[in-house]
Design a protein around this ligand. Structure first.
Ligand code: SF4
Length: 480
């Protein structure tokens, strides 16, 4: 999972660089390893401005360097969460990637992971193209550069950065998964793979007089500024062009695959205030909580949650079951990354620094404790013990997603089967391990119906979601 953001000035737009930095900061939850911005002034074919670095957006894009983007009319940005490519590698792995092609500079920002990256890499290397990183995103950049070179005759005398045809050729040669932003000197393309695996939307920033100020493409709608409207979500297999003249769909791949939007965008990744497939993510999470309550029959006094992301599911569970919601844990938001702890006692202490129990709320209570997922089980084990030590009578753990048992090859780092508690233990064994009175997960059917309920109401295309990490059924054959 990564965050991609691009913006094009509709005319004169003095604060394009600030809008770009703010947009990227709003997508921080999608990647925290590195950030980058690449800008074009809209007229110079062979020059871009670049700001890149490791760390959070606020550390990489600063008051000192943001002025580098002054005068740019198109800017694209990327927050990295590495799945392909070395995590700690040098600045050359930080996106957006810039390649110098036969028609000028092209920059790309990629969210997703190519399932056949190994094979594609071999192909590209055997064509004599040298690669400077081990990332699949650079492969895509090189494939676009090659498509441009093969079509270069058509480009002579053409004074615009239109590469729609070359992008369509590249898409036809790519497998899933990708949402892409591709910038030439005078335009920006927003592209989604035919499975629609990762989200991507476009919007318009409106100036005070009501005219368009800028056009935006973003992984999520939460990154649109307050004075912007969400225009639409890029369709699976579509290329959308954003330029000073506006937003237009320029190519649509013939649909030949069932859709496979990542269902975990709803469960965990996307921000609550984003809209995906026409529905608010928060509403879907609440729906998951309601469905979980419908599948459950436990008697309890209160519903609580592990803060923060499972709050919506807990509210949904409470409203459906009629059991009162009460906050039971406080999360310390000032604790950063926890260090690897050498023993159980130290590990428990680290979790206790992160969470505090609201004792008065939990004493003598039978608690339904909602979380959105359980990976290794260590944190949950400590939290259950903390609730019991604080006087909870019973703790019934409810997970608002089905057990994660299989790896993801489409852009999400899921721990290995050896580390995944659901892949190693049965539900009674998990219950015993975490010390709960009972454990229940939302069913796969329950998750899919909660996610698809709102889509059927709001749009008229047939929804489809990837559930491979839950079911082992991958949208495409995987050759590891
Ligand atoms: S395997 Fe899981 S995390 Fe990966 S794309 Fe599919 S649903 Fe999303």
């Amino acid at each position: 999972m990564c965050g991609i953001f691009g913006i094009v000035a509709a005319g004169k737009c003095d604060n394009l660089n600030i809008l770009a930095a703010n947009g990227l900061a709003s997508l921080q939850h999608r990647g925290t390893e590195s950030s980058g911005l690449v800008g074009s002034d809209g007229v110079t074919r062979d020059h871009v401005e670049i700001i890149k670095g490791h760390g959070l957006v606020r550390d990489v894009i600063t008051e000192d360097n943001i002025s580098k983007m002054d005068g740019q009319s198109i800017i694209i940005g990327h927050n990295r969460y590495s799945t392909a490519g070395k995590k700690k590698s040098g600045i050359n792995c930080v996106q957006p990637f810039v390649v110098y092609t036969a028609m000028g500079t092209v920059a790309i920002a990629h969210n997703g992971e190519l399932v056949d990256a190994k094979q594609k890499r071999t192909e590209v290397l055997h064509e004599g193209v040298g690669l400077s990183t081990d990332t699949d995103s650079e492969l895509i950049a090189q494939m676009i550069a090659k498509a441009i070179a093969l079509n270069v005759k058509c480009k002579y005398g053409q004074d615009i950065g239109d590469i729609t045809r070359e992008l369509a050729v590249t898409m036809s040669a790519l497998n899933m998964s990708y949402s892409l932003l591709v910038m030439t000197f005078d335009r920006l393309y927003a592209i989604r793979d035919p499975f629609g695996n990762r989200p991507l939307c476009v919007g318009t920033v409106i100036s005070k007089d009501g005219s368009p100020q800028a056009y935006i493409a973003s992984s999520e709608s939460c990154a649109l500024p307050a004075n912007a409207k969400l225009d639409f979500e890029v369709r699976p297999g579509e290329i959308v062009e954003l330029s000073a003249d506006g937003i237009k769909s320029v190519w649509q791949m013939k649909p030949n695959t069932p859709l496979a939007m990542c269902i975990f965008e709803y469960v965990y990744f996307a921000r609550n205030d984003s809209e995906i497939e026409g529905q608010q993510v928060q509403t879907v999470r609440e729906e998951c909580g309601k469905t979980m309550a419908l599948e459950d029959d436990i008697e309890a006094d209160i519903v609580g949650n592990v803060p923060d992301s499972s709050l919506s599911a807990a509210i949904g569970y409470a409203s459906q079951s009629g059991i009162t919601y009460e906050p039971v844990l406080h999360r310390n938001s000032y604790v950063g990354r926890s260090f690897i702890q050498p023993n159980d006692e130290m590990r428990q202490n680290a979790i206790k620094i992160k969470f505090g129990v609201l004792k008065k709320k939990v004493q003598n209570q039978r608690i339904v404790l909602v979380d959105d997922s359980i990976v290794r089980g260590n944190t949950m084990r400590t939290l259950v013990k903390m609730l019991r030590d604080a006087g909870a009578k019973e703790v019934h753990l409810r997970i608002a997603s089905p057990p994660v048992k299989f790896p993801c090859f489409m852009g999400i780092n899921i721990p290995t089967s050896q580390e995944l508690i659901a892949a190693q233990k049965s539900i009674p064994e998990i219950c015993e391990y975490v010390g709960a009175d009972s454990v229940r997960y939302l069913s796969v059917d329950g998750l899919v119906s909660s996610v698809q309920k709102g889509i059927e109401r709001t749009t008229n295309f047939s929804p489809g979601h990837c559930t491979a990490c839950l079911t082992g059924k991958y949208p495409v054959p995987i050759n590891i």
